[in-house]
Design a protein around this ligand. Sequence first.
Ligand code: NDP
Length: 459
Amino acid sequence: MTASGLAVENLVIVGSGPAGYTAAIYAARANLSPLLITGFQDGGIPGGQLMTTTHVENFPGFPDGILGPELMDQMKAQAVRWGTRLVEADATAIDLSQRPYRITAEGQTIEAQAVILATGASANRLGLPSEEQFWSRGISACAICDGATPQFRQAELAVVGGGDSACEEAVYLTKYGSHVHLIVRGDKLRASGAMADRVLANPAITVHWNRQVADASGGDWLEAITLRDAQSGATEELAIKGLFYAIGHTPNTRLVKGQLEVDGHGYLVTQPGRPETSREGVYAAGDVADAEWRQGITAAGSGCQAALAAERWLTHHNLAVTVSHEPVDPAEVGEPTRTAESDASNYDPNALWQKGGFALRKLYHDSNKPLLVVYTSPSCGPCHVLKPQLKRVLDELGGAAQGVEIDIEADQEIAEQAGVTGTPTVQLFHNKELKQTFRGVKQRREFKASIEALIGVPA
Ligand code: NDP
C-alpha cells in the first residue's frame, strides 16, 4: 500500500497504440493486471497513428487489409478481455526519480513498480507564417479525417511530404478533390515502392519536385499556397482549397524529459534490440523509441518484448502481485454493435443516441432537451474516439440531453448547411438555437459542463 492508501500497481503502460495494447495483452495474460493510460489529446489520439490511417494492408493476418481504427478497436478489446484496466485520459506527469514510480492522470497519482512508455510520436507541422489563420480553414494534419469536408469536394488540394503517409493521403484525397498536388521538398519519394508507384501512376496527382511550401493565403478559407523552388529560390502560387501535412513525426517524450536518456532527435534510448531504458523497471515500446522502422507490426512486437521484460524483472525482484483470471477463459469479445440510421420506422423521440438526418430534423424541431450533433466521416479515427465519450456524457446525464450522429459523406447537404469544416465537429443545440461548436476531440467534462449550463445544473 502507498501513503495514499492505493495499492502500488505492478505495471503501468502509458500509450494506446499497437505497442501499448500489445504490451497490455501480454502483461494481462501474465496475470499482472496492468493499468493502461490511453492518452486523450496530448500527443495524438488514443489508438495512435493507426487511428488516422485508412486501410492497413501490411499487418499480417488481414489479407484484404483492415481499417486502422478497426484494428485498434480489436487490440483494445483483446487487452480488456484479458483484464487490462484502462484510464481513458492523458498522463499529465511522470516521476521516475524514485521507486515506486509515479504517474499522474485525471488528477490522481498512480504508483507503479514498472512502467512501459508507449507514447508514440506526434504529427509535425510546417509552421507557416499564416498557419494559425488557415488551420481547420483549409490546412489540416489529417486527410483521412477531413478529406470528406464539403469545402474540399471537387477542389484542387495539396499534400506536403514524400513518405508513405503523404502518398497514402494523396491517393485518398483523389476520392474527393478534383486534382491533388503532392509537394515534395527533394527529388525523390521516401515512400515504399508500392505506394510511390500508386502515386506516380495516378493521373489525378501531380508531383511537384524540389518545392517547399513558403506560406498560405486566402480570405475566410485557404485559396492558395506559395511554393519555393528549393534550388533556384524562385516562387510560384498554386491555387488550392486544401493543404494537408504529412511531414513526419516527433517522439512524445515531454513527460520524461531529463529523466531518461534520449537521442539527438528526442527518441528514447534503449539497450540495443531490447526494451530496457536507462532506468531500471522502465521500458520503451513503439515509435517513442524507434526512429527507423515505425510500423504497426514492429510497434506491436516491441510492446510484446517490453511486457515480457517487465514481467521477468518484476518476478526476479519479487515485486509482482499477480491476479488470477476469473473465469480462466474470459468471455469472447464478439461483434461490435452499430447504430442503425433512424427513419420513420425506428425513430425514438427518447433515445439517447441516434443516427442520420431524419433523427436530426425530428429532434431539432420536437425536442426541448439539449441536442449534441456530432459530424463524422466513415474513416475518421478521432470520430471513433469521440463517439463513446459523448455517449458516456449522455448516459451520465440520464436522458437530460440527446445525441445524433451525422455522417458528412452520407449527409453532405446537412454538413454544408452546418458549416462543418472538418471531423469530428460537435454542435450543441438547445431550443432550435446553436449554442456551441466544438472542433476536434475534446474532454468529456467540456461537453458535460456546456450541457449542464443549459439545463441549469450548478457548476
Ligand atoms: P516519414 O518520416 O517517412 O516521411 C516524412 C516526409 O516528410 C519525408 O518525405 C520528408 O522529406 C518530408 N518532410 C519532413 N519535413 C518536411 C518539411 N519541413 N517540409 C517538407 N517536407 C518535409 O513519415 P511518414 O509519416 O510518411 O511515415 C512514418 C512511418 O510510417 C514510415 O515508416 C512509413 O513507412 C510508415 N507508414 C506506413 C504506411 C502504410 O504502410 N500503410 C502509411 C503511413 C506511414 P525527406 O524525404 O526529404 O526527408
